[in-house]
Structures are given as C-alpha cells and as structure tokens.
Design a protein. Structure first.
Length: 207
C-alpha cells in the first residue's frame, strides 16, 4: 500500500515538473523574458566620517534625551525633532522632567484673568460713609463700588481681587470687624447693601 502511494506521489511530482518546464518554454517563446534596458547609475560616493567624536545622542541617568550638535547628522536629527515636537533642543540640554503647569485663569467680565490664590470667605456689604464721614479708605482713596475691606494679613492692601456676583475689586480698606477670612464689599446705595446682606463668596486674588 505504501509503495503505491509513493509511486503515485512520484508520478504527480514528475507531472508538475513537466508542467513548469512547458510553462518556461512558453514564456521564452512569447517574449515575456525580453531584456529591459535600465538606465546606468553612478556609484554613490560615501564620505568617511570621523569616529573620534563622542556619541552625539545619549540618554541621561533620568532617561532624558541629551543632544550635542557637534555632528552634522545629529544637527539634522535635532532639527527634525524640533520641528515635530515644537521644542528647542539646545546643546547638552536635558528636557524638563516635569511639564510646566498651566496658568490658572478665572473668567471675569473682561475675559479670562490669571489668579494666584483662591479662598472662601464670609462677605458683608457697607456704604462709603460707614468707615469715615469723608468716605476715605485705609490707603487714602475714596470708597466706592469696587473697593473692598480685608484683613491685610490674609489679603495684602492693594491686591486686585475678583468676586463672582460682585466683579473685580481693589483691596483698599480695612475694618474693625473685618479679620480673618472675612471681606466687606462697598456698595453704592443702602438698598443694594441690604439686598446683598451676608453670604459666603469665593475670592480670587488676581495676578
């Protein structure tokens, strides 16, 4: 039985070889193997480069990329990296290990404004003449809407602040009852002050 199988396989193998030979002769006779003239090419001259220079691209101890522009090839590589990443890679300069934090912004009536501190405070309202009959603040300017009284130990006098629902203001006044996380907002009228009352507000100290 095995001999019959081997004989059958041998016959099939011979037939396959014969078919391939016939296909090759047919291709030759029909011109499929016609020679194609290719344009002559000049050999490329490879310039020798110095290997005495230290490695131009290396990885630092913290896994940061270091680049030295002593080699022309390295300079070209640096330009490609700079154009793709939008980063200026200077000689032997390490990339920052931590991303630069984005500036904190608060949306105000005049757009987004950067701030340096935010805190929750208890707010009250007062009139320009509540502090003094002349209506002069602690830093010597007239009290009006947009002036707030603060504790200088919490918010330094002269700071610009933003209070949602009130707007931007100048910390220019103080008060005997204004200490700690309390703030007094100057209003234009008695009814406006009464309507505001006492409430908790968020105070942004602007940059």
């Amino acid at each position: 039985m095995k001999r019959k199988i081997f004989k059958t396989l041998e016959i099939i193998k011979r037939k396959c070889v014969l078919c391939l030979m016939l296909a090759g002769f047919t291709a030759i006779s029909t011109g499929f193997t016609e020679k194609i003239d290719l344009p002559e090419t000049k050999p490329v001259q490879i310039e020798e480069t110095s290997t005495n220079e230290p490695t131009a691209i290396a990885v630092g101890e913290n896994g940061q990329l270091k680049i030295s522009a002593n080699d022309e090839l390295t300079s070209a590589f640096a330009e490609i990296v700079e154009s793709s990443l939008g980063t200026d890679l200077t000689n032997t300069a390490e990339l920052p290990s931590e991303p630069i934090p984005r500036e904190e912004l608060v949306e105000t009536e005049r757009g987004y404004v950067p701030y340096v501190q935010v805190m929750n405070m208890e707010a009250t309202a007062y009139l320009p003449t509540d502090g003094s009959a002349a209506g002069i603040t602690a830093i010597g300017i007239p009290a009006t809407y947009g002036i707030v009284a603060v504790d200088p130990d919490i918010i330094p006098l002269g700071s610009r602040v933003y209070i949602p629902g009130y707007g931007e203001a100048l910390a220019a006044d103080t008060g005997g009852a204004i200490y700690g996380y309390r703030i007094d907002l100057c209003m234009e009228s008695y009814y406006q002050a009464m309507d505001f009352g006492r409430r908790d507000v968020t105070v942004f100290v602007l940059k």
